[in-house]
Structures are given as structure tokens and as C-alpha cells.
Design a protein around this ligand. Structure first.
Ligand code: GDP
Length: 309
């Protein structure tokens, strides 16, 4: 029997929506969130962790609700001046957001780890859920494209996912170890929930840390994934292009095939219920719910559906 907590694997915006629902359904102190760090980047000399920040701001309810990232009521004064000195102004960093990056960078320089810093920031924002970077070691997602090898954020934000994908790699993942506690949190959780995140560059990056993947395989009967694909399309972002690149059809069936080794249960949208028999043939129990989280009620309702399974 598992402990009384839930362990969640998360990317950015898709994950944050689900987690906003989850914290309304489950006592936050019983939620452990293992977060992708492959998108982490250094800009203007500052350490930026986009997925950790999206989840942090979302739980703290300071996130820009429209965009799903950054602070609400944000201003961009600092960036407008930085543009005079740098040419990497393609990454939108608001003034409040920059304050977090300055603080994080300061703590890095003082010798604290990513996990310790994340924990500290969460504590200061009053977050009771435990947010854990997948690894303290650097793992960086690169997209090899027709324009050359690009950092994931460069591909996503600067080039708007337009260049043709030639390869996707997770630099450093061979040597990366999970942050202390992650393996036990996966082993001992009541359920492990994989958020509706990009399977390749959010969850796939977490899986590139071998010990995490191995542990998930060993407990797959309690691993539940939520499909980020509805009716053959992504809700947002380049998951479709990436699945296509690796030869997976862009559908919940394709996502199920990608996760086959590590999940025992799969949540797909009601609109995709015709795929249920084919997914179950893979040996995965499949459930159909409304998975498009367009408001807080829908986020909460999906979280409740998954918890009650
Ligand atoms: P990113 O790192 O900010 O791109 O965020 P994630 O990796 O967490 O999430 C991206 C994925 O979330 C995309 O593939 C979207 O299709 C999916 N997604 C976003 N919103 C929703 C939603 O409301 N429902 C479902 N099922 N998937 C969603």
C-alpha cells in the first residue's frame, strides 16, 4: 500500500492547469510534483527555470491567467532597457518574474542546489505542495533543426516552432541523477499522475533520467497519465510535431504507445472514446473524461475524476 500522498510528473502550462485543480481536491501537503528542468536557460546572466516557475506561480495564484505563464499585472520596464544592451530580447521576462530569477541566481552563487532554491521560493510564496526539480544536474533539451541546434526555448519562443525538426536531445541526461527523495516519492505514492504535458520534451525529458524511468516501470500499475492530445491536436505547443518526428501518430493512441512501458492507466478525452479499445489492447486501462481545462471548475473536476479512479 502506498502512503497518503500523490506524486505528479509535470511540464509547464498543461501541467499547471491540472495542478491548479489538484490542489483544490487534495490537501496540498500530500502533493509532490517532479518538474521538467530541460527548458532551464541562462539569460542576462540569470538562471531561469520556466516549468518550475509556471507551476510555482500557478499554485501561488499569481500567474497570468490568460497566458498561463509569468506574473499577472506584469510590467516589462527592465526588459525594455535590457534590449539596449543584449540581443536576446525574444524571451519575455517581466519585472516581477526577473525578481525571482535574480533571487534564484543569487542563491545558486551562494552554493544552494536547484532543489533547495525551489523549496525556498515555494516556502516564501506560501506553497505547501512539494515542488522538486527532476534533477539538480543540468539536463538541457536541444532541438536540432534546419537552422542549427537550438535550445528548446529558442526553438519554441524565438522561432515559434517553425524550423524543421532534425533531432531532439537531452544534453546531460546520461549522467543526471534524480533529486534525493524523487525515487521514494514515486515508489511510495498512492498514485503517480503524469500531467497532460508535452510527452516528448516535458515528460520525455523527465524519463531521460534513467533511474526515474526505471522506477516508474516498476510501479506502472499505479501510474496514471492524462493525454495532452484531444481529437488529434495539441491544445497548445509543438507536441504534435515532436510526436510526428519520432513516428508516433498524433492522437491519444500515439501518446499511449509512447507511455506504454511506464503506465497502467490512461485518461483520454470523451471526444476520443472511440480510441479506448485500441489503447486497452496495449494493456492500459483507459478512462474517458472531459479533459479540456478551460476554467477552474473544469480543472478541479478533472483532478477529482483522476483522484477518484
Ligand atoms: P509547456 O512546457 O508550457 O509546453 O507545457 P506542458 O508540457 O505542461 O504542456 C503542453 C501540453 O499540454 C500540450 O501538448 C497541450 O496539448 C497540453 N494541454 C494544455 N492544456 C490542456 C488541457 O486543457 N487539456 C489537455 N488534455 N491537455 C492540455
Amino acid at each position: 500500500m502506498g502512503e497518503d500522498y500523490y506524486t505528479v510528473l509535470a511540464g509547464g502550462v498543461g501541467a499547471a492547469k491540472f495542478i491548479q485543480g489538484l490542489v483544490r481536491v487534495v490537501d496540498s501537503s500530500n502533493i509532490k510534483i517532479v518538474i521538467n528542468t530541460g527548458d532551464d536557460i541562462e539569460l542576462f546572466g540569470l538562471r531561469i527555470c520556466p516549468d518550475i516557475d509556471i507551476i510555482t506561480y500557478s499554485i501561488a495564484e499569481v500567474v497570468d491567467k490568460e497566458k498561463g505563464w509569468g506574473f499577472e499585472n506584469e510590467t516589462f520596464n527592465c526588459l525594455s532597457i535590457l534590449k539596449n544592451y543584449y540581443d536576446n530580447e525574444w524571451f519575455n521576462l517581466g519585472d516581477k518574474d526577473l525578481a525571482i530569477h535574480i533571487y534564484r541566481t543569487d542563491l545558486f552563487r551562494k552554493g544552494f542546489t536547484k532543489a533547495q532554491i525551489t523549496s525556498d521560493i515555494c516556502k516564501k510564496l506560501g506553497i505547501k505542495a512539494k515542488l522538486i526539480p527532476m534533477s539538480d544536474e543540468s539536463v538541457t533539451t536541444y532541438i536540432d533543426t534546419s537552422l542549427g541546434k537550438l535550445h528548446f526555448e529558442e526553438y519554441y519562443i524565438k522561432h515559434k516552432c517553425k524550423p524543421e525538426i532534425l533531432d531532439i536531445s537531452f544534453n546531460g541526461s546520461n549522467k543526471a541523477k534524480p533529486v534525493r527523495g524523487v525515487i521514494d516519492y514515486i515508489k511510495n505514492a498512492k498514485k503517480v499522475i503524469i500531467c497532460p504535458s508535452n510527452p516528448i520534451v516535458s515528460i520525455g525529458t523527465i524519463l531521460s533520467v534513467k533511474e526515474i524511468k526505471k522506477t516508474l516501470i516498476s510501479v506502472k500499475d499505479k501510474v496514471y497519465a492524462i493525454s495532452p492530445i484531444i481529437e488529434g491536436s495539441t491544445v497548445k505547443g509543438p507536441a504534435n510535431k515532436m510526436m510526428d518526428f519520432f513516428g508516433y501518430e498524433v492522437s491519444s493512441l500515439g501518446v499511449a504507445k509512447f507511455y506504454k512501458e511506464i503506465i497502467g492507466h490512461f485518461i483520454i478525452d470523451r471526444k476520443d472514446q472511440s480510441l479506448k479499445p485500441q489503447i486497452e489492447e496495449l494493456g492500459i486501462k483507459t478512462y474517458c473524461f472531459d479533459t479540456l481545462m478551460t476554467n477552474i471548475q473544469k480543472k478541479e473536476s478533472l483532478a477529482r475524476d483522476v483522484i477518484n479512479l
